[in-house]
Design a protein around this ligand. Structure first.
Ligand code: FAD
Length: 529
């Protein structure tokens, strides 16, 4: 009898322990880095720790940096974000929080090692976000209120239904509003309309204290200017009010080839000197790029040249080693369709491109803006989109571009012969940027952007990385005062140097809006150094 009851007690104990173990197994494995109290908050169901969730945010387009967060928040409302940040802010040991837009950074900027990544795109599935709304006011005219999580492609489609569109774009539209406004948002439209950060009227921002602040150039202006180009350091943008203009219907898209660098840049500078927003004879877009023997004239960024012209172009490239391609566009609609060609002829009169090497296309406005998408889809289908991207993007003062052409394009890029992809090179006007913003640009009226948009294999990215380092070293030794765009630095000293005269203000703003240094740790300005 006693033996029986001992067996029964043992069985019951085993059953209890098994049940407990299985219950614990199903419960969330709260990580050592986050307080278990998080589990009790109202948004806990949107906080995920499963390996799939962690993996989805632990790499980016660059595919070179990999950092695991402790958890991922898929917010269903802005309140989820404010509660998370408030919780961390009030915690004895605050954890870091990174907003992730579309993860198209190349150096881990939207990651948060052992912190929480807020997957902003999840707000697109909920009605509680801002969405995309086109509105009108007597003082602003037409504008769009858009969530920080919105993709520019969706903003284009939504606003164009109302006959309007933003005027300042990036080349590629599958980027979020929060992501590009944290950098600048540049393209061939910048010389005339300014970067995207110059086309924002107002924002809602969740600061590093978890407060939602509406800011503009008139109200809470310190936060407004801090956030624009602020690399995510001062708050999470949940809404931006974007300037709109009537949308054109079509675009005349032109490319001209140059064998001479100074003729190329002289013409680029001439064309961007006509840049008034309302100036009817100005171009709407101007860029430039390099064509070299080792890469095809068409690439993922846009397939422009018809195949019948490729042999002729390649023969010119072979003859000169580097050919400079000026790319320009002018928008038109029903009212201007009879005059656009004449306007372009007038603008291009006297330009010094190689005779017979001007090419023209006529495309819809949406196709022009979304020109990179088809290249992306093609690379996706070949499994070549999610490869490493050791990119380098710089701003150069105009006074040193010839030195850069010789020292970098000829003596490094051409000689090393590994750059087969896109190299962009085009000028912008400083006056279209606002110095109060956090974005950093060279201190000359005209400056250039150069973008080495490399794709590499998983086993040869180091060669590109080394080339990038050598380009930076050359600039340093030659005294060319470059500024990195989408900056990547490894030390505090380099960040101080990057911000230059803006550093003090940048640091003070950090102390004011994110005093516990929780936000966007992946930029590695105030964290991990
Ligand atoms: P993410 O990479 O997710 O985030 C970037 C940074 O912004 C991170 O620090 C993140 O924490 C922060 N962040 C994200 N959302 C918010 C938010 N709501 N509030 C505050 N901070 C936030 N750039 C150009 O200017 N012009 C171009 O033409 C251009 N073309 C590109 C083409 C491709 C194929 C790629 C991959 C990138 C391109 N970029 C271009 C660079 C791009 O603008 C930046 O990498 C941008 O940050 C990417 O946006 P994202 O939404 O993916 O941001």
């Amino acid at each position: 009898m006693a033996e029986n009851s001992t067996i029964t007690i043992c069985l019951m104990a085993i059953l209890f322990i098994t049940r407990l173990a299985s219950t614990l197994g199903k419960s969330r494995p709260w990580t050592g880095f986050l307080s278990p109290r998080l589990q009790t908050l109202h948004f806990a169901r949107n906080l995920h720790l499963e390996p799939d969730a962690i993996k989805s945010v632990s790499s980016d387009y660059g595919n070179l940096v990999h950092e695991n967060p402790a958890a991922v928040l898929y917010p269903s409302s802005i309140e989820d974000i404010t509660s998370l940040i408030k919780f961390s802010y009030n915690n004895y040991t605050p954890f870091t929080v990174a907003a992730r837009g579309h993860g198209h950074s190349v150096g881990g900027q939207a990651m948060a090692s052992n912190g929480v990544v807020v997957d902003m795109m999840s707000l697109r599935h909920h009605k509680n976000g801002t969405g995309i709304t086109v509105l009108k006011s007597p003082s602003l005219g037409f504008y769009a209120d858009v969530g920080g999580e919105q993709l520019w492609i969706d903003i284009l489609h939504s606003t164009i239904e109302h006959g309007f569109a933003p005027v300042s774009w990036t080349d590629y539209l599958y980027l979020t509003v929060g992501g590009t406004l944290s950098n600048a948002g540049i393209s061939g439209t910048t010389f005339r309309y300014g970067p995207q950060i110059s086309n924002v009227y107002e924002m809602d921002v969740v600061t590093g204290k978890g407060e939602v602040v509406t800011c503009s150039s008139r109200s809470n202006s310190e936060l407004f200017y801090a956030v624009l180009g602020g690399l995510g350091q001062f708050g999470i943008i949940t809404r931006a009010r974007i300037a709109l203009e009537p949308a054109p219907k079509r675009v005349k898209w032109v490319r001209m080839l140059y064998s001479d660098f100074s003729a190329f840049t002289k013409d680029q500078e001439l064309l961007i000197s006509i840049n008034g927003r309302k100036q009817k004879n100005a171009l709407d877009y101007l860029e430039g790029s390099l064509l070299m023997v080792q890469g095809p004239p068409n690439n993922w960024r846009s397939s422009f040249f018809p195949s019948s012209d490729i042999p002729k172009i390649m023969s010119l490239v072979t003859q000169h080693a580097i050919i400079y391609c000026l790319e320009a566009a002018k928008n038109y609609d029903d009212e201007t369709r009879h005059t656009v060609d004449k306007d372009l002829q007038q603008l291009f009169k006297g330009l010094s491109f190689v005779d017979g090497f001007m090419f023209e296309k006529d495309v819809s406005y949406v196709d022009f803006l979304n020109r990179v998408r088809s290249g992306e889809e093609k690379l996706h289908s070949q499994g070549l989109w999610d490869v490493p991207h050791p990119w380098l993007n710089l701003f150069l003062p105009k006074s040193r571009i010839s030195d850069f052409n010789k020292g970098v394009f000829h003596d490094i890029v051409l000689k090393r012969n590994i750059t087969t992809g896109v190299v962009l090179f085009y000028p912008m006007n400083r006056q279209k940027w606002d110095d109060k913003m956090s974005a950093v640009i060279p201190d000359e009226d005209v400056f250039y952007t150069v973008g080495f948009l490399h794709s590499s294999g998983f086993d040869d990215w180091q060669a590109y990385d080394q080339q990038n380092k050598d380009i930076l070293k050359f600039c340093d030794q030659a005294g060319i005062e470059i500024k990195q765009y989408l900056p990547l630095y490894n030390s505090y000293k380099e960040w101080i140097n990057h911000f230059g005269s803006k550093w003090r203000r940048f640091r003070e703003r950090k102390a004011q809006f994110d005093p516990k240094m929780m936000l966007s740790p992946g930029q590695r300005i105030f964290n991990d150094i």
